[in-house]
Design a protein around this ligand. Structure first.
Ligand code: NDP
Ligand code: PYC
Length: 341
C-alpha cells in the first residue's frame, strides 16, 4: 500500500505546463521545450529525482554558457538502411530522439533490427522514456550513451569513464514493459549531487576522493571520481559504451566530452546509440512464441519474491497520475526562481 501524500500536490499536467513555460521563457523553441519538458516531468512523475526537475537549473546554465542551442532543429539523415542518423545540431537529445523514433521503429519492423544514432546533442536525461517509446511499438529496445569523465575504471584511481547509462526494454502487450535503466557507475552522478544538496553522506563504495582514497563525502566525491558498479564488470560495460556510443558513432567519448565542456557543472555534449529489435523476426522459424516465453521468465522471477525493474517507477507513476506530485518547498522555490530568470 502506498502512503498518502503529506504535502500539497501539483498535477502532472500542471507541472508539464509550468516546466514548458520556464523553457519557452528561457528562449527554447517549441520542439525543444516540449520534448525536454516531457522528459524532465516524466522523471519527476516516476520518482526518478536524479533526472527530474532538479536538472532544469543545469539545463538553463548550459544554455547561458552557450554550450547548447535551445532553438536547434534536429535533422534526419536516412539512407534507407539499418542505421538511421539524427543530427541534433547542438540541441538537447529528446527532440532529436522524437524525430528519429518513427523511422527507427518502421525500419526495425522491416529488417528485424535497426539502430538510431544521435549525434551532436546535449544529453542529461534518463533513457527509459526512449525505451518505453520503443516497447510501446511492440519492439525491444537497447539504449546507451557516454556522459563525461567522472568515473575511475576498476583498479584505477581517477575519473576517465562516464556514468554511461544502459537501458533495455521488452514489450509485454497491455502490461507495463520490462525496462531497466541504470548508470554503469554505482549510482548516477545526479544522486551524488542530491546527497550533497541534502547534506547526507554517501554509502560506502560509491566514490574516491581526488587522491584516489575511498570517501563518503559528496563534495570530495564530486572532486574525485565515482566507481563503476560490479568492479571490473561494470568498468568493461562502461568501456563498451564509450566504444559503441562514442568512438563508433563518430561522437565524443566521456574524456573528450569533459575536454569539450571544461566542467561538470553543465550538461554534457556527445551522442547516443539506440537499437530497436523485433522479437518476432528474430524468432521466426524457431519453436515457441518469444513473448510467451518471456512471460514465463518474468513469472518465475516474481514467483521468487523478487521484483522486476521499473515496478517501483510504474507504481510512482500511478500515484502521481492519480494524486499529483508532492514537490518539496525547495522544489517549489526552484520553479518560482527559474520562472523569474
Ligand atoms: P538506479 O540504481 O536507481 O536503478 C536502476 C534500475 O534498477 C532501475 O530500472 C530500477 O527500477 C531497477 N531496480 C532498482 N532496484 C531494484 C530491485 N531491487 N529489483 C529490481 N530492479 C531494481 O539507477 P541509477 O542511479 O544507476 O540511474 C538512474 C538514472 O540516471 C537512469 O535513468 C539513467 O538513465 C540516468 N543516467 C543518465 C545519464 C546520462 O548521461 N544521460 C548518466 C547516468 C545515469 P525502478 O526505477 O523501478 O527502481
Ligand atoms: O546522473 O550521472 C548522471 C548524469 C550524467 C549526465 C547526465 N546524468
Amino acid at each position: 500500500m502506498r502512503c498518502p501524500l503529506s504535502r500539497p500536490a501539483i498535477s502532472v499536467d500542471a507541472l508539464l505546463s509550468e516546466v514548458t513555460e520556464i523553457l519557452t521563457g528561457a528562449g527554447f523553441c517549441d520542439a525543444q521545450a516540449r520534448a525536454l519538458a516531457a522528459t524532465i516531468v516524466a522523471g519527476e512523475r516516476d520518482g526518478c529525482k536524479s533526472h527530474g526537475i532538479y536538472r532544469l537549473e543545469g539545463c538553463l546554465r548550459t544554455v547561458k554558457a552557450g554550450k547548447v542551442d535551445p532553438t536547434a532543429l534536429p535533422e534526419l539523415a536516412d539512407a534507407g538502411g539499418g542505421v538511421i542518423r539524427v543530427l541534433a545540431h547542438d540541441g538537447f537529445s529528446p527532440a532529436a530522439f522524437d524525430l528519429g523514433l518513427p523511422v527507427l521503429c518502421e525500419r526495425a519492423r522491416d529488417l528485424g533490427l535497426a539502430a538510431l544514432v544521435i549525434n551532436d546533442c546535449t544529453h542529461f536525461s534518463a533513457l527509459w522514456p526512449e525505451i518505453e517509446a520503443i516497447t510501446a511499438q511492440g519492439l525491444a529496445g537497447l539504449a546507451m550513451c557516454p556522459s563525461y569523465a567522472t568515473v575511475a575504471p576498476a583498479g584505477g584511481s581517477a575519473a576517465l569513464l562516464g556514468t554511461n547509462p544502459l537501458a533495455f526494454g521488452w514489450p509485454r502487450g497491455d502490461a507495463p514493459p520490462y525496462v531497466f535503466d541504470f548508470a554503469t557507475s554505482v549510482a548516477a552522478r545526479g544522486e551524488i549531487e542530491l546527497h550533497r544538496q541534502a547534506g547526507k553522506p554517501l554509502p560506502e563504495g560509491w566514490a574516491v576522493d581526488a587522491q584516489g582514497q575511498p570517501t563518503t563525502d559528496p563534495e570530495a566525491a564530486l572532486a574525485g571520481a565515482m566507481l563503476p558498479f560490479g568492479a571490473h564488470k561494470g568498468s568493461a560495460i562502461s568501456t563498451m559504451i564509450e566504444l559503441l556510443a562514442g568512438a563508433m558513432i563518430g561522437d565524443l567519448t566521456s574524456p573528450e566530452a569533459l575536454d569539450y565542456l571544461g566542467t561538470t557543472t553543465l550538461a554534457p555534449h556527445h551522442g547516443e546509440l539506440i537499437l530497436a529489435l523485433d522479437p518476432a523476426k528474430f524468432a521466426a522459424g524457431r519453436a515457441g512464441d518469444p513473448m510467451a516465453r518471456a512471460e514465463g521468465l518474468f513469472t518465475a522471477i516474481l514467483g521468487q519474491g523478487a521484483r522486476l525493474p521499473s515496478q517501483r517507477r510504474f507504481a510512482a507513476r500511478e500515484q502521481a497520475l492519480t494524486q499529483g506530485i508532492a514537490l518539496t518547498e525547495a522544489e517549489v522555490a526552484l520553479l518560482a526562481r527559474l520562472r523569474r530568470q
